[in-house]
Design a protein around this ligand. Structure first.
Ligand code: FMN
Length: 264
């Protein structure tokens, strides 16, 4: 009996000593995968080699619950998407990046013009990354310098076939971004878009042609630890997400009057 107890104690001790240590980013990733609900917590824990009670402890520890509190049900990929400032120190594979831009590729657009284009740089391409970073305003540079992938969203304001103005150019770049964001969400990736860029600098350094215009920056990566951020940004990363209710933007009869659909 005593022998058995001491053997069990020895096993526990070996387990404790050989237990894999998980970084804050890994914990967040695992908790997010659990929240996604695509597999049972038991199978997720088996796959990650952790006990279920450890998972539940992490899920309570993690103060960043940025999932949307929706008034009506929407797809979990949309519920889980948000724009972090803290990104994990983890590269994004070229394969994932290709799928993100493939998703953008399949966005609808006015006259199927597909007015969007992107310049992209990963942090492995040090010089390219610095060039792209230099196209952001200072406030965005402070946090975006730590992301694994940066991109610029560019749109063309004139139709290719007749040179006439494309009134939907910015709208359609936005649609492409929407597709890209959903694909990112499906891959546990996060995107933080930026209007705070320097379009003239982007035009100069990337030789962006006439009729095209850099509109947005995109920071792409895995969610990081908000605690690593300077004050101010940390608060923003931890802040609750809010939205207007449907009644404030779904109208019926006349502009400004809530639709009956939205009054529920
Ligand atoms: C087109 C666009 C431009 C944005 N520009 C900036 C920016 O320059 N800097 C920044 O910190 N956040 C920027 N954001 C992020 C928004 O502030 C953020 O999406 C918004 O507060 C809603 O938060 P959520 O994305 O977490 O739901 C931008 C978002 C979009 C869609």
């Amino acid at each position: 009996m005593e022998k058995k107890a001491s053997a069990e104690k020895a096993i526990r001790e070996i387990r404790r000593k050989t237990r894999r240590r998980f970084s804050a980013e890994e914990k967040i990733r695992i908790v997010i995968e659990g929240l996604r609900g695509e597999e049972s917590i038991a199978s997720l824990c088996r796959r990650e080699g952790i006990a279920a009670n450890l998972y539940y402890r992490w899920s309570k520890e993690n103060p960043v619950d940025k999932t949307a509190e929706t008034n009506h049900p929407i797809h979990s990929l949309l519920v889980e998407r948000w724009s972090p400032y803290a990104f994990a120190d983890r590269d994004v594979s070229d394969e994932d990046l290709r799928s993100l831009f493939e998703a953008a590729r399949w966005a609808p657009s006015s006259y199927n013009e597909q007015p969007w284009s992107y310049v992209v740089a990963t942090r492995q391409q040090k010089e390219e990354f610095e060039r792209l970073l230099s196209c952001l305003v200072e406030a965005n540079k402070t946090w975006a310098r730590h992301v694994p992938v940066l991109a610029l969203g560019i749109t063309r304001h004139a139709f290719t076939r007749n040179g006439k103005p494309n009134a939907a150019a910015e709208h359609d770049l936005g649609l492409a971004a929407g597709n890209l964001l959903v694909e990112a969400s499906a891959r546990a990736l996060f995107v933080h878009q930026m209007i705070g860029i320097l379009p003239d600098r982007a035009r100069e350094i990337y030789a962006i042609p006439e009729h095209s215009h850099a509109l947005t920056g995109l920071a792409i990566g895995y969610q990081g630890d908000s605690e690593s951020l300077p004050e101010g940004l940390r608060e923003r990363d931890l802040a609750q997400r809010t939205r207007k209710p449907l009644s404030e933007f779904v109208f019926g009869g006349r502009y400004g009057e809530s639709s009956t659909i939205a009054k529920v």
